[in-house]
Design a protein around this ligand. Structure first.
Ligand SMILES: [Zn+2]
Ligand SMILES: [Zn+2]
Length: 759
């Protein structure tokens, strides 16, 4: 067995044609600075005892902004010590003023518990840090409200528990100096838009008790963190983005699985080898070479599949070696996790395939290599996963294996998008009326809304309030707007209305999972094959009134694909760019869609076995969209032959590439293209937010349309397939069976747009 002396060499040996790029991310020496003079001695000493001799430059810089009363976001890499950036000003304030308080918000209870341990370990007198969340026993809550000066909680608890009961928190709020928003990049889309208002309600509550707290936010590296933080808090926020923490060297390889002959007979188009299989092979080769490797994959089923394939190949190569690879699916008990850590640490286990569950909860050190099966969605996750590799001073190896998907394909051919300046931004839209209305109700419940409160909630607040008054939900009095309801307003921070559909096994009554209402027609219509943790179920009935889909265990030899009919009308244009033959727009649209039938396709070959009609109601969605129009003459001049096919293919790829510029999932967005749209009178491609009222994705796409569409064009043009494939213009969620599609015309369409749009 050898060790990884030369990771790049090993890679070339494994897949000379599959490696599209090798990036040497050099070792970075950390840069420390002296403690800022305002850091009190006891805090400095407590930190020194914990091994912190001096802060990294970014920590001191961010902390000093906060200390000076400026709101700040620190957006640096994984494990760059962002905690110290808020601990310094917060604990300094708590030491200097024995009454001051700090509120810390984390997206998960686990992270809050981690931070609680870190603050408690400093052992600073009189801080009495405590978690306050759904698990906090009733009898402890009163004590925490009265005596803790560092309360750690989450946005849900703030929304449901703390703000509605603000009177009980007045002692705490009256002394509130800092609000810490950790991992703030996780507050995106609809959820992020709700959290933005929860934070505004917190600011209002603190103001009532005479406080204007300073916000300190911590974010993963992302595009434009200052703007995202401003949207989230409604405040002007300084950004600190230069990471001065040390980092081990990594050899990072981008890997594209090869095209292999298709399985549907002699004429079948070549298909790409699956990322799962490639990752399993990489894991196998690494283990044979004695390289301790972790393979990350999105689904539990994928983790099992990789481990099974790798074990089999290893046993063929060296009988017994297979036993040194395991799968980790999350949900394990604490002892089981510790056993796993120990086995990897000792080298008894050489390979592990895991879902992201590992990112939280397991402490792994001493790995040589990480294989990342498919783009994990954001650069933050990518670096978090890659950061698992690296054993005391050794060069670590990370491999990103592209899935058959336009974004993955683009990234492995455009390393600058991964290793250069980030473009993906965390987007949210607090102006979404479907978010604003329930949030204004919550605010009015907490205390009647006054005219002076309105600017806090944005320019759309007055219009939304008028509607709420007209509906009788709020009452207008000279002194303000009052909540009229009996209890509290019901607000779901993670949705914009509509009950999730429960998927229930009919025979046992077991709840398998939930599907959001917008996806339910697609995913759990009667006859649909529904996959749950690798098990296959078939839907018997979908009852929309009760929001229940009844299913039974069955493993048919086909998968199901819903077909829908969608129409869209433009209700208003908010902004546009007139670029000669091309127009670019951002505005509001009504989308009407109906799932009308589904196809069964044989697993493996994809052969269509038949089409079954469905009887489902239409769904209406009022949302925001970005769209571009082209004059028929410009398309003709560019040599576009199949106009509908070119537009449709461009639409698919554009949706696939949107996550490059905004942290969203391609399932968060929808599209429509047509050679003649009634509202524009010309060939048009629409891309819309899949959530009522919009979540900011279409708006972000509009703002940086040229970059987004250039990447789309490059992704299509760079794909090695001939007539279009899932790596470029085919979409797994197309309601039209990926028909018509023209890959060459999509490139021509986008060339026309890009030639006209101002850069
Ligand atoms: Zn292709
Ligand atoms: Zn389509």
């Amino acid at each position: 067995m050898t060790t990884v002396a030369e990771p790049a060499e090993l890679l070339r040996r494994l897949g000379p044609d599959s490696v599209t790029h090798i990036e040497r991310v050099p070792t970075r020496e950390g840069e420390t600075v002296p403690w800022p003079s305002w850091v009190p001695d006891p805090l400095r000493e407590a930190l020194a005892e914990r091994g912190v001799a001096a802060p990294w430059r970014h920590q001191a810089e961010a902390a000093s902004h906060a200390h000076a009363g400026r709101h700040v976001v620190v957006a640096t890499g994984t494990a760059s010590g962002k905690s110290l950036a808020y601990q310094l000003p917060a604990l300094a304030a708590l030491l200097e003023d024995p009454r001051a308080t700090t509120l810390y918000l984390a997206p998960t209870k686990a992270l809050a518990a981690d931070q609680l341990r870190a603050v408690a370990a400093l052992g600073i007198d009189g801080v009495r840090p405590a978690c306050y969340d759904g698990d906090t026993p009733r009898e402890e809550r009163e004590w925490i409200r009265q005596h803790s000066r560092f309360v750690l909680t989450n946005p849900d608890m703030l929304h449901h528990g703390i703000l509605p009961g603000h009177a009980a928190w007045q002692t705490f709020l009256r002394r509130l100096r800092y609000v810490v928003v950790d991992e703030c990049h996780t507050y995106r889309g609809v959820f992020g838009s709700h959290v933005a208002h929860v934070l505004r309600r917190l600011r209002r509550a603190a103001n009532r008790y005479g406080r204007t707290p300073v916000f300190v936010l911590a974010s993963a590296t992302s595009g434009d963190p200052a703007t995202s933080a401003k949207r989230l808090t409604g405040l002007v926020v300084e950004a600190v983005t230069e990471d001065a923490s040390p980092r081990g060297g990594v050899t990072f390889a981008l890997w594209e699985p090869p095209l292999v002959p298709g399985s549907g007979g002699e004429d079948a188009a070549p298909v790409r080898r699956s990322a799962l299989r490639e990752s399993a092979d990489l894991l196998t080769d690494a283990v044979i070479n004695g390289v301790r490797t972790l393979a990350f994959v999105r689904s539990r089923r994928g983790a099992e599949a990789i481990a099974t394939m790798a074990r089999r190949s290893l046993d063929e190569a060296v009988p017994g070696l297979g036993a040194r690879v395991a799968a980790y699916r999350g949900g394990y008990l604490r002892e089981e996790r510790r056993e796993l850590e120990a086995a990897l640490h000792s080298g008894e286990l050489l390979g592990l395939a895991s879902t992201n569950a590992l990112e939280l909860g397991v402490d792994l050190v001493g790995l040589d290599a990480v294989v990342i099966c498919g783009w994990p969605g954001t650069r933050a996750s990518l670096w978090q996963q890659a950061g698992r590799a690296g054993r005391n001073g050794h060069e670590a190896l990370a491999v990103l294996v592209a899935r058959d998907d336009p974004l993955d394909t683009y990234l492995v051919h455009h390393p600058e998008a991964l290793f250069g300046r980030p473009v993906e931004a965390t987007v949210l839209d607090p102006a979404n009326p479907y978010v604003l209305a329930p949030q204004l109700c919550s605010a009015a419940y907490e205390a009647p809304l006054t005219r002076a409160d309105l600017p806090l909630f944005g320019p759309d607040a007055p219009a939304v309030l008028d509607e709420l008054v007209a509906e009788g939900v709020l009452r207008r009095r000279p002194s303000g707007w009052y909540w009229t309801g009996e209890g509290r307003p019901e607000v779901d921070l993670r949705g914009t209305g509509g009950l999730p559909v429960c998927v229930v096994e009919a025979a046992t009554g077991r709840l398998l999972g939930t599907v959001d209402p917008a996806s339910s027609h697609f995913m759990v219509h009667s006859g649909a094959v529904y996959l749950h943790q690798g098990e296959s179920y078939v839907v018997d009935t979908l009852d929309l009134d009760d929001a229940v889909a009844l299913v039974h265990r069955e493993e048919p030899e086909w998968s199901t694909h819903a077909r829908d009919v969608t129409s869209l009308s433009v209700t208003s244009v908010r902004s546009y760019v007139d670029a000669g033959p091309v127009g670019l727009f951002f505005g509001d649209v009504d989308v009407t869609s109906q799932v009308v039938s589904y196809q069964r396709r044989r697993i493996g070959s994809g052969e269509v076995l038949g089409t079954w009609p469905l009887d489902l109601p239409t769904r209406e969605l009022r949302t925001t969209a970005v769209w571009f129009t082209l004059s028929p003459r410009s398309l003709e001049a560019a040599g576009v032959e199949d106009v509908p096919g070119g537009l449709h293919a461009a639409e698919h790829a554009a949706i696939g590439l949107l996550p490059l510029v905004a942290t969203c999932d391609r399932w968060d967005i929808g599209g429509l293209s047509t050679a003649a749209h009634p509202d524009t009178g010309t060939p048009t491609v629409f891309v819309y937010d899949g959530h009522p009222g919009g979540a900011g994705f279409a708006e972000r796409a509009y703002r940086i349309a040229a970059g987004w569409l250039q990447a789309t064009r490059d992704a299509i043009d760079g794909c090695a397939c001939e007539a279009g494939c899932p790596s470029c213009v085919q979409s797994p969620k197309c309601g039209n069976g990926n028909n018509p599609l023209s890959k060459p015309d999509a490139v021509r369409v986008l060339d026309v747009v890009l030639a006209s749009l101002p850069r």
